[in-house]
Design a protein around this ligand. Structure first.
Ligand SMILES: Nc1ncnc2c1ncn2[C@@H]1O[C@H](COP(=O)(O)OP(=O)(O)OP(=O)(O)O)[C@@H](O)[C@H]1O
Length: 259
């Protein structure tokens, strides 16, 4: 099914959040997310992107507004942070076990699920390695395997690939899209990269400077599967230009010419 025709999974309405220190991190943020859909979120540092993800994950409560889930309650969620946040004393496989262990599954009962998750991100050979033995890209793969272990319906990605070199980042983007095509989860993907936002998303949401508000939304035309052909296609470049201009409008509040 095309994600644009899927039923809504999540509706955010007029979300506002003020931290105890007085900073207004979000101001009337509203958007919908459909099952299987990917939205990427672009905006200047401090505009409230991470705060929005934490609200969706239930790690913060909104001061105003509502977070509504289809079916009444939050589905299984996966969260991948900017830092890989792996437990340094545990092997890669034991790190992936963590969410399963929190559900009461023993290591033996979880073994098949762990192996499948590691296989899916290409980390089978590193199952017994410790985080300090991994490259940055491998640590991110381990984080993704951990986030996917419980087969979430929604994956929340908080600028996960910002510290990686460009080719590793492109490879992870491609692998992520392939896993999503198999498993069908929706994604909210926070990034500072215009190119990445266009490559991954059905829609790009642009937030303005603090307090975080949505300024613009751009639908991305896919015209066929993503991959090397899309990355080098003229219509990918054109959409990157359009999103770049929209980002400048969102940040500076000025018009910068036609898209
Ligand atoms: N726990 C907190 N307590 C107080 N203020 C916070 C807290 N977390 C974030 N803030 C503030 O809220 C605002 C929004 O922060 P947030 O991390 O959501 O922004 P962001 O868009 O994700 O930034 P970046 O792109 O730099 O990651 C910032 O001004 C930040 O300093």
């Amino acid at each position: 099914m095309n994600a644009a025709d899927a039923p809504p999974l999540l509706s955010l309405r007029e979300l506002g959040l003020r931290y105890p220190n007085g900073i207004v991190a979000l101001d009337r943020l509203s958007f919908d997310l459909r099952a299987g859909e990917t939205v990427s979120v672009l905006g200047p540092s401090g505009c409230g992107k991470s705060t929005a993800l934490r609200l969706i994950a239930g790690l913060e409560r909104p001061g105003s507004g509502t977070v509504t889930w289809a079916g009444g309650s939050a589905p299984e969620l996966g969260f991948v942070f900017q830092e890989p946040t792996l437990m340094p004393w545990a092997t890669v496989a034991d790190n992936v076990w963590l969410p399963l262990r929190l559900q009461g599954r023993t290591r033996a009962a979880a073994a098949t699920t762990i192996d499948a998750a590691l296989d899916r991100v290409g980390l089978t050979a590193a199952a017994k390695a410790y985080p300090h033995e991994l490259s940055g890209g491998m640590k991110m793969r381990a984080s993704i395997a951990r986030a996917l272990a419980l087969r979430p319906q929604l994956l929340l990605m908080d600028e996960p690939f910002g510290a990686l070199d460009e080719l590793t980042r492109q490879r992870l983007n491609d692998d992520l899209l392939a896993i999503q095509a198999e498993q069908g989860f929706a994604m909210v993907f926070v990034t500072h990269s215009v190119y990445e936002s266009v490559y991954l998303a059905d829609r790009v949401l642009l937030m303005g400077p603090a307090p975080g508000r949505l300024r613009e939304e751009i639908r991305i035309e896919q015209r066929g599967l993503r991959g090397e052909a899309f990355r080098t296609a003229a219509h990918y470049g054109e959409q990157c230009v359009a999103v770049s201009r929209a980002l400048r409008r969102a940040v500076e509040g000025v018009a910068v010419g036609p898209d």
